[in-house]
Design a protein around this ligand. Structure first.
Ligand SMILES: *Cc1c(COP(=O)(O)O)cnc(C)c1O
Length: 351
């Protein structure tokens, strides 16, 4: 369906923005969006069930103070260094709006998180894609050479699963004209983080989410860590009441009583990721080295292969012509029965 608003009512900068529309048709085994395939931390589920309806009648906390304190304890920062949002998408959108004027540019690796060019355009910024280096690391000098006011990095990177080397991130931070956004949606699976950089420099904002390792994608809870003055700018742009009352309760439960469950399932994902990579290599494929809870595997005609896999009840995310990679499938890591179903469907689809 295509509907167009009359030209006189339309904002010209919005003409080329389209709705985000990945294939979300239900599928028996859905490995397409990197959420926690083991489910919700039981502590978060209990918090949701026990929530009194009084919590819904009133407005939630203005800026989710209790959640900020729990997140601060989790990452080892002060609560003043944390800003929350309705998913990290909201935090990224708010940061872009807060830290660059319309007409300025944001540089980002290509391929990387598909939402960033959309958020850039929504806020009147020009996204400038910079190919990854041959080893899938970020190309620090090429990103800096764009002169863009904002630089976005993603480590581990979606969709490649590869990481940005610490010295590359430091090089960018030392020379960048503005703030460097480091998206760490998958940091838990990499056992590595740049939160320490964000706490040491006013020019770094590390953005994270409770949608992946924490299993709360449906509740929409994201956050960022940075210098208190930087975080305050993002919070202005974000606005009040963005984290709803039930989401805040469940998220706090996941960060406290739920933490052992989360850590246990992160470790399981890391073990099964290696097992999945090995199985793919045994099939003659060459998955990229992943530090996330998904694996990107180059496969010719990825869209057709993904379509055939769907017919076998397994959804994976196809990508066409990724720079430096070509066609590829992104497969989320979950319980081994799901991985077996995926490998069987993949084998059937490509032979
Ligand atoms: C999933 C994902 C997000 C978005 O997470 P939400 O918190 O659910 O909005 C952000 N960045 C990357 C790289 C992701 O893969």
């Amino acid at each position: 369906m295509s509907v167009e608003l009359s030209t006189d009512l339309r904002r010209p900068a919005y003409r080329d923005i389209s709705l985000y529309a990945p294939n979300r048709e239900p599928c028996a085994v859905d490995l397409s969006d990197n959420t926690n395939l083991w489910g919700v931390p039981p502590a978060a589920e209990r918090a949701l069930r026990g929530a009194a309806s009084a919590a819904v009648t009133r407005y939630p906390a203005l800026y989710a103070g209790e959640l900020k304190r729990a997140l601060a304890a989790y990452v080892g920062a002060d609560a003043e260094s944390v800003v929350t949002g309705c998913g990290s998408d909201d935090v990224l959108d708010s940061a872009i709006r807060a830290l660059a004027e319309p007409g300025e540019a944001i540089a980002l690796p290509d391929p990387s998180f598909a939402m960033i060019p959309i958020f850039a355009r929504m806020n009147g910024l020009t996204p400038v894609g910079v190919p990854l280096a041959a080893d899938y690391d970020v190309d620090a000098d090429a990103l800096l050479a764009t002169g863009a006011k904002l630089i976005y990095l993603c480590s581990p990177n979606n969709p490649t699963g590869t990481t940005a080397a610490r010295h590359m991130i430091e090089r960018i931070v030392e020379r960048a004209p503005g703030v460097v956004l480091v998206d760490e949606a998958y940091a838990e699976f990499a056992h590595a983080s740049n939160v320490d950089l964000a706490l040491a420099s006013e020019r770094v904002l590390v953005v994270r989410t409770m949608s992946k390792a924490f299993g709360l994608a449906g509740l929409r809870v994201g956050y960022a860590v940075g210098a208190p003055a930087l975080v305050a700018e993002v919070e202005k742009s974000r606005g009040p009441y963005k984290v709803n009352a039930l989401a805040e309760r469940a998220a706090v439960a996941a960060l406290t009583d739920g933490l052992p469950w989360v850590r246990e399932h992160v470790e399981l994902a890391v073990v099964l990721r290696a097992r999945l990579e090995h199985a793919l290599r045994t099939m003659g494929l060459a998955p990229l080295p992943s530090a996330a809870n998904f694996v990107l595997v180059p496969v010719p005609n990825a869209a057709a292969v993904a379509q055939a896999m769907r017919a076998s009840g397994v959804a994976v995310r196809p990508f066409a012509g990724l720079p430096g990679v070509g066609d590829a499938l992104r497969i989320a890591v979950g319980p081994w029965e799901m991985m077996e179903a995926c490998l069987t469907a993949l084998e059937r689809a490509i032979c």
